[in-house]
Every structure is written in C-alpha cells, then in structure tokens.
Write a protein that binds this ligand. Structure first.
Ligand code: ADP
Ligand code: MG
Length: 685
C-alpha cells in the first residue's frame, strides 16, 4: 500500500548513487537535487564518501535511518539491502529501479516475490522493480528526462511502462499540460496501476487533490479494483483518461461462437472503461489532448461555437465535432446581426463565426463576450487564432488568458502558430493554460469525452428474472452446447421472448406441429452448430409439400438429430452475444444481426450486470443506431425493449457463470416486439 513515506519522505537514500549522470543511479540523484528536495538526501556507494555534493556511505549498514530508499543496484543485491533497511533503518518505502526481476525469467520472478513479501510483511510500500521511479511534489525520483512541470491542479499520472510514461510527458509538455504526480509502476510487484488508483481514491481531497487522472496500462490483473476506484473517483468529481495498449484480437481466434470471434479480450477492456466512466484513448496525442480538455471548465452540453479568423480549420473542426455527434448550431438571426456589426465587412456570423483574416483584437474580444453572455444554446467555445502577420500575438494570447478565466463557458484555444509565435505561446502556457495546436485532435477529444457515459450504478436488475429457475436449469444440464428446449426454458426464465418452435423427428410429427403453427414457417436442422453453413435453414415454407421435401432433405444432413419448425418472423435483425472473460466476468456485446457484423465490427460492449442506462448507451453508440431508430421510411425497433433484453440477459449471466459463450443471433425486432429466433449457449462446468 502506498504510504506517506513514499509521497512525502523526510529523508531519501539513493542506493547505487553515482557521479556518472548517464547511469540511472547518477541521474536520479541529480534529478532529486535539481528538483530541490528539502529533506535529508544521501547516497550509498562502496567507493565514495561524497557524490554530486551529497554525503555518500560505503555500506548500507552505515547509513542513518531513512524514510525512502531508491535502489539502482544489480538485482541480486536488492534483497539483502531491503532486509537491512527494514530491520535496521526503519525504512518503509522503496523504489526499485533495477531490472533483472520477473521480466527476466523464473529466478527473477522468485526474487521479486521475495522482496515484495519482505516489504509487505513490514507494512511497507514497494514501487517497481524495473521502473523509472516516481515524481511527487516533494521530490523528483525518476532517472529520466523530461521531468514534467508540476502544479497542484495538474494531472496525476500512472504508467505501467516507464518509457511510455516519458513519451506521454513529451507529448504533454508542448501543449502546456502540467502534472501533479507521476508513478511508473514497472513490474508492479506490490503496487500496480490499480493500487495507485486506490491510493488516489482513498486520499482524494476535493480542495487539494488533482481532479485529473491519466493512466497508461498494458495489463489489468484486477479489473474489479480498477472499476471500483475509477468510478468512485469520477463520482467524486475526477475525470479519468486512459490508454490500454494491446488491443488486437489475437486471443479470440480459437473461439467457436460468433461472439467469441468478434468480442476480443479488448471488448472486456472497452466494457470495463465504459462502466467506470473512463475516457479511453488510442494513443499518446489523444491522451494528452483529452487531458488538456479536462483542464478547462466542464462542458455542459454538446453545442459548440467556433470563433475563427481562418475558414479551413473551422471547417475541419466542424467536421470532427459533427462526426462524433456534437453540434455547431446555427446562431439566431437577431444575434447574427449583432455579431456581424462587430466584425469587418465580409465576415460571417452563422457558426462557425468567421472573422476573416483581418480580424482585430477588439473584434475578437467583443465576439467572445457576446457568445459567452448572450447565446444560451451554446455550451462551449473554441477560438482559432494564428499569427496573421498583422496582430501582436502577445496581446492576442493575453486577451485569451483573460477570457478563459473570465468566461462562464469553457473556451478551448486553438493556437496553431507554435513555430512563429513560440515565445509568446510559451508565456501564455506559463500562466497555466494549455493549447490545442490541432483543431481535429481537439474535436475528436471533445466528442470522445462527450460520448463516454458516467460511471454506472452498482445495481443488478432482477425484475422478471427468475433466479432460482435459472440455477435449477444450469445445475441440471451437462457441459457443452445446450439443447434447443433447454435454451428456450433458460431464456424464458429471464423473460426474454423466444420464437414459437418445436422439434420433430418423424414426418408425421412435423406435419402435425406445422399445421398447429400455421404457414409460413421456417425449418432448421437440430444438431449441427452452424446450421446455414450445412444448408440447414429453409425460410418461408408455405405448403405441406414444401415442408415434407425440406424435412426429408434435412434429415439426411450429417449430424442431424431432428428438425425444428419455427414461426417465420419479419423485421430488423439484431444481435446480442456474451462471453465469459476470466477476471472480468461476462462481456455482453450488441449490434445489428447479419453476416456483415464481423467485417464491420460495429458492436458495443458492456460488462455484466448492466443497468438500463448502460444498455441504452451501448445501443446509442452503435454506428448502426439510425437503423435501429428507423431510417428512410423503414420503421425502427423498440429501443427500450432491446435494452430490457440486454439488461435481463446480463442479470441471467450474473447467476450463470458456467455459461462461457452465448449468441442470440438473430433476434428479429420491430416496433412491437423483439424475439430470439436463433440461440447458441455453451456451458462449461
Ligand atoms: P444459423 O445461425 O445456425 O445459420 P439461424 O437460425 O440464425 O441459423 O438462421 C439463419 C438466418 O435465417 C437468420 O440469420 C435469419 O436471417 C433467418 N431466420 C432464422 N429463423 C428465422 C425466423 N424464425 N423467422 C425469420 N427469419 C429467420
Ligand atoms: Mg444464427
């Protein structure tokens, strides 16, 4: 557990401290000295009495008691040193920079576990091994550069990779983004990304803590912990953005179900972040741009005004915002007339408000004020202003500095002249501001944030879900694919509508059930898993003659144990799938049914159990959502029914972890009903 000795040590020993600043032990000492650490600082080095101007001890046993030890020595010496520090020097915080542990093989793994055990048993905190260190307000305990600018309200940042942490900081600095702390957790022997989040959550103080948290993570060994603390922090008012690297679907190749093929283990991460309310970013630039948006006042809606003196970037920003579902609403004519009166002839006040290249500072000033004070339908402004060669950029940035602070609405500055007005821009950022050098990056970040739902409630909906019946069915069946009749029972226990169907083995049986149901009908083989692939589905059977012919043909398909008759339905085909992901639980995915789903990959994922609002947001975030709503004269489907089925299915799964894969593909939906016509469920016991 992270402790105060790690964050605010009164004394630090750099074990392996060196005169050579091209070595980790030399550089970390230098960074701590340059960072102005005010406590006691010393080194341990067998050959020296003084290093870089600080006292050095030749042996670990010679040093005075110390709060924090930073180890930059070969891995094989680490255990002994930690032992002495714990037993004799009251040390309870350790950062092990050294590599050569679990990343290097079995022996390293054992050593790492032993050291973590030693520290843990003493109630101490261990960061690393194999990390670049940490940066807090008291000391700069990293051996890398750049050490970011620190500010109380900057971002708290935790990274599972040291090198990537540096590159993320490199991406942040030119934008003016600041940090409040940086944690590189390396091999996470004791403290991983989840534990850092836990620490932030437990110690969160709305007056003092940074409300912005950034995460770079490669593996999530404890998804529940991450979910719990991330959503808790967001509920307390924090904003969290994260990169989870390793998003390709290699893991899913062996899956036999449709869901297995499209729900990669990345869908689990996607679902987890969605549930927690974390804004998921694909790369470093996106992460630091999202973080820069977080530095502004909160954007309360989706309506943006763009104020510019250049047409092109305003159009690109408009496109990026619209593509992500945000609006650039037209400005009412009365207001347009007033705004036009403030600008040069030839300017446009429709939105984007194009002040044209000759715009003056005074014009910019009054237009911003007008939009902020008089246009209620606008939630946020973005101002594009580059060096037009005619304006004193210092004054432009000075004006924006005042407006960003003074305006009620968030104002995002797009200041592209990072080269020609470099110094002026630097001064602007030094006042605590960030810059968005690229309008499309800003547009994408804003839409990504506005499309990230709030953390989900921790509820489970059991209305109309018969849990004892579900358990009875699951306990009573053996492993493998479930029989059609069992599937029917199970889905009915969760109140999920299933098509009328019956299985027949003889010709007489099939004729009798068909006449009870009435034509048109659908015939399907029972036995083969992928029925269409073996010619085992015939739609639209309208006569007994056709029925008998198809029955005879299907009976002869290899692996067939019977033939199923179903009512023939019409409507929009939908899909719901579920997959059990170890550690995460059931991932539920939804989308349109049909053969193109896999190619287009237009699915949303959620983590069971799901609430109605989560299911609704999954449905709305599909690209195919307009089809679900109804498009071009084609009626849509009942969205709330679809959401209800997703919710009840997720509740069913919560009580049936034996279900490893499930495909409901398709469900046939209309405005009146949504009905499952094909379901596959695989159980492992
Ligand atoms: P499989 O997925 O094993 O190939 P399905 O039962 O999903 O078999 O049937 C294949 C396709 O036939 C479905 O995707 C759907 O388009 C159509 N279909 C199946 N059952 C019905 C039905 N009862 N009413 C209307 N169309 C159906
Ligand atoms: Mg199917």
């Amino acid at each position: 557990m992270i402790n105060d000795k790690l964050i605010n040590p009164g004394s630090i020993a750099v074990v392996g401290g060196s005169e050579d600043i091209l070595k980790p032990g030399g550089k970390i000492l230098k960074n701590i000295i340059d960072g102005g650490f005010s406590g006691d600082l010393f080194a341990v080095n067998p050959g020296k009495d003084s290093i870089q101007g600080v006292k050095s001890y030749r042996d670990i046993t010679d040093i005075p008691p110390v709060d924090l030890a930073i180890l930059a020595i070969p891995s094989k010496y680490c255990y002994k040193v930690v032992e002495v520090l714990i037993k004799e020097k009251s040390t309870r915080a350790f950062i092990i920079i050294s590599a050569g542990f679990s990343e290097a093989g079995e022996e390293g793994k054992k050593l790492e576990r032993n050291i973590a055990g030693l520290v843990g048993n003493a109630g101490g905190c261990l960061i690393g091994p194999n990390c670049i260190g940490i940066v807090t307000h008291t000391y700069h305990g990293v051996f890398t550069t750049p050490v970011p600018k620190l500010s109380e309200r900057g971002c708290d940042f935790v990274s599972g990779s040291g090198a990537t942490a540096m590159f993320i900081i490199e991406s942040a600095l030119p934008k003016g983004l600041r940090f409040s702390s940086v944690f590189s957790v390396g091999n996470s022997a004791q403290t991983g990304v989840e534990e850092v989040l836990e620490y932030w959550d437990i110690t969160y103080d709305p007056e003092k803590s940074s409300p912005i948290k950034l995460i770079y993570v490669e593996t999530i060994p404890n998804p529940d912990k991450l979910l719990h603390h991330a959503s808790s922090l967001i509920r307390k008012g924090c904003r969290i953005a994260a990169i989870k690297a390793g998003s390709t679907g290699a893991g899913s190749r062996a899956a036999s179900s449709h869901t297995g093929a499209i729900a990669t283990s990345d869908s689990a991460v996607e679902a987890l972040f969605r549930k927690a309310g974390i804004v998921r970013c694909a790369g470093r630039e996106e992460l630091t741009t999202v973080a820069s948006v977080f530095m502004h006042k909160p954007l309360k809606g989706r309506n943006m005004a763009i104020i510019t003196h250049a047409g092109g970037p305003a159009v690109m920003l408009t496109d990026a915002l619209s593509a992500g579902g945000m609006n650039i609403p037209g400005i009412p004519e009365i207001d347009q007339a007033k705004i036009l009166g403030m600008m040069n002839p030839g300017a446009s006040a429709v939105n984007p408000i194009d002040m044209i290249a000759t715009a003056t500072l005074e014009q910019l000033d009054s237009v911003i004020d007008y939009v902020d004070r008089n246009l209620d339908m606008i939630d946020g402004m973005s101002v594009i202003f580059g060096n037009n060669g005619l304006t004193d950029m210092t004054r432009v940035y000075e004006l924006l500095h005042r407006k960003i602070i003074g305006c009620d609405k968030p104002l995002y500055p797009i200041l592209p002249s990072i080269s020609s007005s470099h110094e002026e821009l630097e001064n602007f950022m030094n006042k605590g501001h960030v810059n968005f050098p690229d309008e499309v990056m800003l547009g994408e970040a804003l839409t990504k944030i506005s499309n990230t739902p709030n953390p989900a409630e921790e509820e489970i909906f059991l209305e109309n879900v018969d849990v004892p019946q579900i358990r009875k069915i699951i306990v009573g069946c053996s492993g493998g694919y479930l029989e059609p009749s069992v599937i029917q029972e199970l889905l009915r226990a969760a109140n999920i509508p299933v098509v009328r169907e019956a299985v027949a083995v003889t010709r007489d049986e099939i004729i009798s059930v068909a006449s009870q149901m009435g034509y048109p009908l659908v015939l399907k083989v029972v036995g083969p898993v992928h029925k269409s692939d073996v010619g085992g589905v015939t739609l639209n059977i309208r006569s007994q003659e056709h029925l008998e012919a198809e029955f005879t043909r299907m009976k002869n398909i290899e692996g067939t144990t019977g033939v199923m008759v179903q009512e023939m339905l019409s409507g929009t085909e939908l899909f719901i799938g579920a997959k059990y992901e170890p550690r995460f639980g059931h991932i539920i995915i939804c989308g349109l049914g049909g053969i193109f789903v896999e190619v287009l990959g237009d699915i949303s994922s959620g983590l069971a159990p799901l609430t109605f609002s989560e299911a609704g947001s999954m449905i709305r975030s599909l690209r195919a959502y307009p089809i679900i709503k109804g498009t071009r004269g084609k009626p849509g489907i009942d969205e709330s029914k679809y959401a209800g089925i997703i919710v009840r299915l997720s509740s069913l799964l919560r009580f049936a972890t034996e279900i490893k894969e499930m495909d409901l593909n398709p469900l046939i939906g209309s405005q009146k009903s949504i009905t499952v016509v094909d379901a596959r469920i695989r159980i492992e016991k």
